[in-house]
Structure formats: structure tokens, C-alpha cells
Design a protein around this ligand. Structure first.
Ligand code: FES
Length: 87
């Protein structure tokens, strides 16, 4: 099992290893639009555990520019372990 902590809601959610962030993030109120990595609506900030996410997609690199702690929730999966995010 993997774990996502939503700092905005102070909610800890358990998910399967390898699960896409899309559904758990949508359930916690992260807004989505295109779901294809092109609009930037689903931008989240990963404050802990970035190493537990899959690598940046080309769309994320194009949309986010200066990436730092940012990801697009429609484009990444949690490999295992814990992440802590805000949006
Ligand atoms: S919903 Fe458009 S980039 Fe994720």
C-alpha cells in the first residue's frame, strides 16, 4: 500500500502501489479538466516523497516549465511509500 497525505484537508488516504493520482486527488477536491496533461488545471505541490512518484512526462515538462515541487496529478502515479501534497 502507498499513502497520500492531503495537507489542505488534513486527510491521509491509502492507495494501491502504482495507482494514478488522478482519482484520489479528484476525490479530495483537486480540480481537473483535460486529464491529458495539457491544461495545467490539476497542478499539485509535492512537499514530501517526490521520489515515490513516477518520472515527469513530456507534457508535465511543457506545462510546468520550472518544475521544482510541482506535478500534474493527471500525469503521475505513486510507486509506493508516502507523499504529502497540497493544491
Ligand atoms: S487536468 Fe489538464 S493537465 Fe491535468
Amino acid at each position: 500500500m502507498a499513502e497520500i497525505y492531503f495537507e489542505d484537508n488534513e486527510e491521509d488516504i491509502e492507495v494501491q502501489d502504482g495507482e494514478l493520482l488522478h482519482q484520489p486527488c479528484e476525490d479530495q477536491g483537486v480540480p481537473f479538466s483535460c486529464t491529458k496533461g495539457t491544461c495545467g488545471t490539476c497542478k499539485i505541490v509535492v512537499n514530501e516523497g517526490m521520489e515515490n512518484l513516477t518520472g515527469y512526462t513530456d507534457n508535465e515538462k511543457n506545462v510546468l516549465g520550472e518544475m521544482k515541487k510541482k506535478r500534474l496529478a493527471c500525469q503521475c502515479s505513486i510507486k509506493s511509500g508516502k507523499i504529502s501534497i497540497e493544491y
